[in-house]
Design a protein around this ligand. Structure first.
Ligand SMILES: O=C(O)C(=O)C[C@]1(C(=O)O)C=C[C@@H](O)C=C1
Length: 283
């Protein structure tokens, strides 16, 4: 099985993808990953969806609404960030915006003068730190070891391959975890599994609309584990809603809830992304 995820090698997404596929290819963005799966370019995609400190990865929510894919599994993994650099003198910290945000208190306290440079992934930040001694990166500590990019290596360069781990566990809470979704082509969608995800675009707005949607789950005694609203992109104040619930579509109550939601959103659309199980991956 071939999976695509956020690259280059060494991202947290890469680590999560190791639980899904032996062969992993990389993309520069979450929407690039979901597009690759939707257009047949990959069997599976692994995308970050939510972090316990920083909340939703909005690019992932929007990609799930923009492309026709299914969700077949969820992976939850602890995120323990390290500060990596060639030495202690640096002026800039480069990392994924989620990682910078997860370490905000540490950075304000320990490096108040450093500039923040958001880059496409934590591993991209590590590459920047390897190239430039004025840049530190935030990422998984195992990224400290590694070769310089091909072309920049010289014979006397070997000792310079490794970055120093200046600090470990720098996230603002000790329990920092990110939830990843495994996306697949639509025909891989399954009714089995303890959770289900939906995207609902009602295409209208009236008092009590969201309450009606929530009641469709509550009346069936279905617990919701997440509700998010995202701008539809059509016009200001127009939203679509993401729901995760703790029942599978194999259960009749989930099917009844979906029927009610489809009736409420008849002017718009409803997408059942799939039912799936959660896996906890520790490292
Ligand atoms: O940049 C990475 O290493 C990623 O895999 C992305 C990502 C994210 O978008 O949340 C994944 C896990 C961590 O929360 C930090 C960054």
């Amino acid at each position: 099985m071939r999976a695509v995820t956020l690259g280059p090698a060494g991202t947290y997404s890469h680590r999560a993808a190791g639980a899904v596929a032996s062969e992993v290819d990389f993309r520069e963005s979450v929407s690039g990953i979901v597009e690759a799966v939707a257009t047949g370019g990959a069997d599976r995609g692994v995308i970050p969806i939510e972090n316990s400190i920083e909340g939703s990865v909005t690019e992932s929510l929007d990609a799930l609404a923009d492309y026709e894919v299914s969700v077949v599994r969820e992976i939850v993994t602890p995120i323990r960030h390290a500060l990596l650099a060639q030495g202690e003198e640096f002026t800039t910290v480069a990392s994924h915006s989620q990682a910078l945000a997860q370490c905000r208190e540490y950075l304000d306290r320990e490096h108040p003068d450093a500039e923040m440079e958001p880059v496409a992934s934590t591993a991209r930040g590590v590459e920047r730190a390897r190239e430039d001694a004025s840049i530190a990166a935030i990422g998984h500590p195992e990224n400290a070891a590694g070769p310089r990019p091909a072309g920049s290596r010289t014979e006397s360069d070997d000792a310079g391959d490794d970055l120093r781990v200046l600090a470990e566990d720098i996230q603002d809470r000790t329990s920092n975890a990110t939830r990843f979704l495994v996306v697949a082509p639509v025909d891989a969608r399954s009714e089995a599994g303890g959770k289900s995800s939906f995207v609902v675009y009602p295409s209208m707005n009236y008092p009590g609309l969201l309450l009606e949607l929530l009641e469709a789950f509550a009346d069936e005694d279905i617990n919701l584990s997440r509700v998010e609203s995202r701008p539809s992109g059509e016009r200001l104040g127009d939203y679509l809603f993401h729901f995760d619930c703790e029942t599978g579509m194999y259960e009749e109550r989930t099917q009844r809830a979906l029927e009610r939601i489809e009736a409420i959103a008849e002017k718009g659309w409803v997408r059942w992304l799939g039912s799936y199980d959660t896996e906890h991956v520790l490292e």
